[in-house]
Design a protein around this ligand. Structure first.
Ligand code: UD1
Length: 417
C-alpha cells in the first residue's frame, strides 16, 4: 500500500488540467453492454474505478483496452450477465450494469453492494425501477436476480432523486417496449452525459437536465465514439486548494456551468473567481469568510465537495455549519481533520467548524474518496509533514493528484508504506 507525504505551507500557483468525470464515465462504460459493437470512449480518467469497470466488463465477456485516456470496448461477445460480489463490494457503481444486462439478455445477476464507509446506501430504488419495467426480481445468496422476457415502458417515480437509480432505469428503458417516464429523476450533469451517450447510440430520451425524463423505447442501438464531460468534483477540489493555499490557480478544460454553486460559495468566502471559456481562475485573498453550506441534489451544493469545503472552513475567520442532507453519516473525515488540529463538532448531520485554526501535520488515514481529498487539502495548509495512508481511496477518484498538485508548487510525493 502507498501513502502520500505532504510538506505543507507551500504557495500554489499555475494551471491544472481537469480530467474526464469519474461519475460520468462509469455509467457510460456500463451502457456499452446494451448493444454489441466496438466503442471508443475519450477522456477516460486513469482511475482505480475505471479499471474496476474494465474488469467487470471482461467478466461479462467484453474486451477492452485503455491507452492515453481512450478506452476501446468491444461488447460483441458478452455472454455472462453477472456482476460478482468481489467487484461490486469494492465499487458500488458496478451496480450500473443491472439495467444494461437486463435489457440485452433478459436476465441479470448482480451482487448487492452492501454498506460503505458512511452508511448503508441502499439500492431499493434501482430494484423497484426494474420491477416497474416488468422485471421479476429475487434475491439469491446476496445477489439480485432480475428476469424479464421483454421490458415494458412505464412511469417510474422516485421518492428522492437518485443519480444511480436514474441512470440504471434509463439504461433499462431505452430498449423497452413503449414509453417510460421517470419522475423526480436526477438532474446531475453526469446523468445528462449518460443520456447524450445513449441518444448518440440511437436512444430517444428527452427532458435531460430536468426532473422528468421521457424515454421512447427503440428496437436497436448501435456502438459509437464518445467523449465524457469534465470532472466537476476534481475541478472543485482543485479550486478549493487554490482558496486554501493558492496565489492564483486556473483549472482548465472544465465546464464552469457545472460548477455554479461551488463558484458562488468560493466568491462568498472572499475569493476572486473569474470564468473564461472553459477555464476558471481563483485568486485567494488573505482572509476567508465563514460560509455555511447544505448539500443538495444538483444544482445544489454537491455532497462530493462537502469534505473539501470543511477544510476550507477550518481556515475561515469565524464559525460555519456544514450539513449533509444526502448522506447523513458522511463524516468519516472529521476525526482525521481533528487529528490535524481542526476544531469541528458533529451534531446529527451537521458539522460545526470553528476557524481559523492552525493545522499541524500528522499521520492520518484515508477513509473514502472525497474524505481523502480533504486530507490532502488540509495537509497543504498544515505546518510540517502529513502522511496520508490508504491512498487507494484517492486513486479510485483522482488521477495523479500528487503530480497535479506538485506542478502547482505543492511538496507532495507518494511512497510505499
Ligand atoms: C452518486 C455518486 C456519488 C455521489 C452521489 C450523490 C456515482 C458513481 N456516485 O452515488 O459520488 O455522492 O451520487 O450525489 O455517480 N438512495 C436510496 N435508495 C436507492 C438509491 C439511493 O435510498 O436505491 C438514497 C441514498 O441513500 C442517498 C440518496 O438516495 O441518500 C442519493 O443517492 P444516489 O444519488 O443514488 O447516490 P449514488 O448514485 O449511489
Amino acid at each position: 500500500m502507498d501513502r502520500l507525504v505532504v510538506l505543507g505551507e507551500r504557495q500554489l500557483s499555475g494551471s491544472v488540467e481537469i480530467g474526464g468525470a469519474k461519475n460520468a464515465v462509469l455509467p457510460v462504460i456500463a451502457a456499452t453492454v446494451l448493444a454489441p459493437g466496438r466503442y471508443r470512449i475519450k477522456r477516460v480518467p486513469d482511475l482505480r474505478d475505471t479499471r474496476t469497470m474494465m474488469k467487470l466488463l471482461s467478466i461479462i465477456g467484453a474486451e477492452s483496452t485503455y491507452e492515453n485516456g481512450e478506452m476501446e470496448i468491444d461488447t460483441a461477445n458478452c455472454r455472462n450477465p453477472e456482476a460478482p460480489y468481489e467487484l461490486v463490494k469494492t465499487m458500488r457503481a458496478s451496480f450500473y450494469v443491472l439495467g444494461p444486462l437486463l435489457s440485452r439478455f433478459g436476465h441479470a445477476r448482480v451482487s448487492l453492494p452492501g454498506g460503505c464507509a458512511w452508511g448503508p446506501r441502499p439500492v431499493d430504488f434501482h430494484v423497484s425501477a426494474m420491477e416497474s419495467l416488468g422485471a421479476e426480481i429475487s434475491l439469491d445468496g446476496g445477489y439480485v436476480v432480475a428476469k424479464a422476457k421483454r421490458l415494458k415502458g412505464n412511469t417510474i417515480s422516485f421518492d428522492v432523486p437518485s443519480v444511480g437509480a436514474t441512470g440504471n432505469a434509463v439504461m433499462a428503458a431505452v430498449r423497452a417496449e413503449g414509453e417510460t417516464v421517470i419522475k423526480n429523476a436526477a438532474r446531475e450533469p453526469e446523468i445528462v452525459c449518460l443520456c447524450e451517450f445513449l441518444n448518440k447510440m440511437g436512444a430517444s430520451i428527452s427532458g435531460m437536465g430536468t426532473s422528468k425524463l421521457s424515454i421512447e423505447g427503440v428496437k436497436e442501438l448501435r456502438s459509437v465514439d464518445f467523449e465524457v464531460i469534465p470532472d466537476r468534483i476534481e475541478a472543485a477540489t482543485m479550486l478549493i486548494a487554490g482558496a486554501l493555499a493558492g496565489k492564483e490557480i486556473t483549472v482548465i478544460r472544465v465546464n464552469p456551468e457545472h460548477l455554479g454553486v461551488v463558484l458562488d460559495m468560493l466568491r462568498e468566502a472572499g475569493n476572486s473567481v473569474t470564468v473564461s471559456g472553459d477555464s476558471v481562475t481563483i485568486k485567494r485573498e488573505n482572509f476567508t469568510n465563514p460560509v455555511s453550506v447544505r448539500t443538495a441534489v444538483y444544482p445544489g451544493f454537491p455532497t462530493d465537495v462537502q469534505a473539501q469545503w470543511m477544510v476550507l472552513m477550518t481556515q475561515a475567520d469565524g464559525t460555519s455549519a456544514i450539513t449533509d442532507t444526502i448522506y447523513h453519516d458522511r463524516f468519516t473525515h472529521v476525526g482525521e481533520l481533528v487529528r490535524l488540529g481542526a476544531k469541528i463538532s458533529l451534531s446529527g448531520n451537521t458539522a460545526k467548524v470553528t476557524g481559523r485554526r492552525k493545522l499541524l501535520g500528522a499521520p492520518v488515514m484515508s477513509t473514502d474518496i472525497r474524505g481523502s481529498a480533504s486530507l490532502i487539502l488540509a495537509a497543504l495548509v498544515a505546518k510540517g509533514r502529513t502522511e496520508i495512508s490508504r491512498v487507494y481511496h484517492i486513486d479510485r477518484g483522482y488521477e495523479g493528484i500528487e503530480k497535479k498538485l506538485k506542478n502547482l508548487g505543492a511538496e507532495i510525493w507518494r511512497e510505499a508504506e
